[in-house]
Structures are given as C-alpha cells and as structure tokens.
Design a protein around this ligand. Structure first.
Ligand SMILES: NC(=O)c1ccc[n+]([C@@H]2O[C@H](COP(=O)([O-])OP(=O)(O)OC[C@H]3O[C@@H](n4cnc5c(N)ncnc54)[C@H](OP(=O)(O)O)[C@@H]3O)[C@@H](O)[C@H]2O)c1
Length: 365
C-alpha cells in the first residue's frame, strides 16, 4: 500500500516538452521529499512503461527505458481505469498535442485524476468539451491546470484567472501570441531598417526551426485562434470554437492546395508583392504591421489578423520570437498589465507544466 503522502505521476507524451518536463520532475522529486512523487505510467504514441502493481518506474534514464520498452500503450479508457485504481492520488500530465487524449479529460477527471498540460486542444475545441472538463473537475474535485497552453511558461492564464477571480473587469486582451509570427514580422517589418522579403523571412524562420514542418500550419492563424479561444472563455465569453470568429490566414488562396510545405515555399515568392503592399501601407501611416489577436470583452468580438501599430507601441518593438500579451482592465486603467517573453521552447513550456503540477500537489497532497 502506498504511503499517505505519495502522489503518482502519469505522463503521456515524451517529445520536446515531455523530455524537459521529465528532467524538471526528477529535480522536483529530489528536492521535495513530501509528497513522494512516483512515476507510475509514461507513454508515447507507440510505447509505454508501467507496472501493473504500481511499483514506480525509475525516473533515472526513463527516456532510454521508454525507447527500449516492448509494451504498447493500452487504449485510453484502459489507461484511465489503471490510474483510477492506483493506491494514491494521481496527476496525469498530457504532453501531447493529441485531440484523442484531450477528449478523454472529462472521463479522467470524473475518475479523480488531476490533469496538467500544455496541450491546447481540450480548451480550444468545442465549447461542450470545455464545459464537460470543468463540470467533471467541479464534481469530482480533481484539478485541471493548463498554463502552458497559451504563451508557454509565461504567466498568462494564471494572471487572467487572478484578474477575473479578484473581481477586476477585463475589457480587452491584445497581443502577439505566436513565436513564429513574432519572428516573421519583427524581421519582415522591423521598427528600424528595411526588413527582408516576406518569402525569404518565411524560409529563414523555417531553417531556424521556428515554424512547423509545413509553415502553412503557422500562417493559417489557427494556432493563434486556439489561444484566443482559451483566453476569451476564461474572460467569460462562450466562444464556440476557434473557427467561430474572424481569423486572417496569410496563406495566399492559390497556395492552399500545394501538396507539400516545400512546394508552398517554392511558390511563395510570386506572392511577395501582396505583403510588400501591406508593409508599405503601414509605413505610409508611420506604423508597422504585426499579426495579432484581440478580444474585446464588452462587444464580445474576437479576431486574429494583421494590424498596424505605432513604432513606439510595445507590440511593435517586440524582439526575436517573443510573445506579448496586454490585459486592459478597469483597475489597470489606460496602462495595461503587460506580460512579455519567450512564448515557446521546451524548457520554458515545461516550466509552466511543472508549476501547474506544484499547484495541484499543494491542493491534493
Ligand atoms: N514546443 C513548444 O515550444 C511548445 C510551446 C507551448 C505549448 N506546446 C505544447 O506542448 C505539447 C507538446 O509539444 P512538443 O513540442 O513536445 O511536441 P512533440 O515534440 O511533437 O511531442 C509530442 C509527444 O506526444 C506523443 N504523442 C502524440 N500523440 C500521442 C498519443 N495519442 N498518445 C500518446 N502519446 C502521444 C508523441 O509520441 P510519438 O513521438 O510516438 O508520436 C511525442 O512523444 C503540444 O500540445 C504543444 O502544442 C509546445
């Protein structure tokens, strides 16, 4: 039988963020004698490591042990059954971007498993899934935290929750929510100097690893729309889905049907003039163009797309691939509360997940 102050950790996903989380978990477990943290399950999409008698999986060299494992992950309902029968409380860490795993949150929560995750899918999918998740959590008492689903480790979600819970009135949220878009526009339309050609900047961003394998997955705006959906819902707007409000795609219509990302990049230079015109129009007004998301809480308007900003505006003078999120509220008046910094990267994203885990532990252990 497990000691009273033991908590089991189950991890799904061991990629870029998952591996950084594992190393932070190992350090946390070493630092924090109570509650004793024991890994009872870890899987990728093809491999799993767990013991039917819940004896802990060693955190030492776990990535290598997982790679060498011959166990396949059982179907999710079976994993949830296994975890719900554990002889101590369980925190499930979802480090995937899987919709299937996200869809299983209501079941997991209703069976008493707390969840921490950087996965946006559960919170930006259908509004029904959102409601099912928080209803299951409220009913069973299991916790659910997802700080890294917006702005990676930046304290965006916790700040918004604090603003709302303490009775401030959030009137508007505005920002650059994508590291890829941030990098692209900071180099295509810098506040000082000329900037490069649009297609060249997209190629450069891909070569530096800032884009998805197919850059259209960044340029379609959906990733930003998902983050806006999460923040709008937390601010009290019942947004139905990330496609239920205007989202500007930067993929030229003619290139939507390219069969590969490479074909898209080869053909993109032919459309550089469209983006040059957008940049020139902003310059004529003494401004720069940026790809932003905004939520006007009073009018319930959510939108994602290109906007012009004065060169002195904090959004215009962002650097590198940083994110910036401004909260306009009654208490903060005309000077918004601004959060800025790296919005992607394994270590900072895992920090948000580990921080969430610590919050859950303080409530359940
Ligand atoms: N990377 C960042 O900077 C960043 C920033 C903010 C948020 N996030 C979010 O963090 C999450 C993880 O990102 P990542 O960069 O670590 O992704 P990744 O490197 O692609 O890793 C994903 C991991 O999840 C596993 N996986 C996928 N589907 C699964 C399933 N159905 N069942 C079990 N395992 C599954 C993969 O296993 P296989 O390899 O076997 O497929 C892999 O181990 C995503 O939701 C992402 O949006 C990432």
């Amino acid at each position: 039988m497990a000691a009273v102050n033991q908590v089991y950790i189950a991890i799904i996903g061991a990629g870029g963020v998952g591996k950084c989380f594992l190393s932070q978990l190992q350090a946390l477990a070493a630092r924090k004698p109570s509650p004793k943290l024991s890994l009872c399950y870890i899987s990728t999409s093809r491999k799993a490591l767990y013991n039917v008698d819940y004896s802990p999986v060693s955190l030492e060299g776990v990535t290598e042990s997982l790679a060498a494992s011959t166990q396949a992950p059982p179907p999710l309902p079976q994993v949830i059954d296994y975890l719900a029968s554990a002889p101590a409380k369980v925190v499930l860490v979802d480090n995937t971007s899987s919709q299937d795993v996200a869809d299983a949150y209501p079941l997991a929560l209703s069976r008493g498993l707390s969840i921490v995750t950087p996965n946006k899918k559960a919170f930006s999918g259908s509004y029904k899934l959102w409601q099912d998740i928080f209803t299951a959590s409220a009913t069973s008492g299991a916790k659910v935290y997802h700080e890294s689903s917006v702005g990676a480790g930046l304290p965006v979600i916790s700040t918004l929750k604090d603003l709302v819970d303490t009775g401030d009135k959030v009137t508007k949220i505005e920002g650059v929510f994508s590291g890829t878009m941030s990098f692209l526009f900071n180099s295509f339309a810098p506040t000082e100097g000329q900037g490069g050609k649009w297609s060249e900047e997209v190629k450069k961003a891909k070569a530096l690893g800032y884009t998805e394998p197919d850059p259209r997955d960044d340029l379609n705006g959906l990733d930003v729309a998902r983050k806006l959906t999460i923040l709008a819902r937390l601010a009290g707007l019942p947004v139905e889905s990330p496609t239920s409000f205007p989202v500007q795609s930067l993929i030229p219509k003619e290139l939507e049907t390219c069969s590969t990302g490479d074909e898209f990049l080869d053909k993109l230079p032919a459309f550089d003039q469209q983006m040059e015109d957008t940049k020139a129009a902003a310059e004529k007004a003494g401004k720069v163009v940026r790809f932003v998301g905004s939520i006007d809480v009073a009018t319930q308007q959510v939108k994602v797309g290109l906007e012009q900003f004065d060169r002195s505006h904090p959004i215009a003078s962002l650097k590198g691939s940083d994110n910036i999120i401004s909260f306009y509220t009654e208490r903060y008046g005309s000077n918004p509360l601004i959060i800025q910094g790296a919005g992607a990267g394994g270590d900072v994203t895992a920090m948000g997940v580990t921080g969430d885990l610590i919050k859950v532990l303080s409530q359940i252990a």
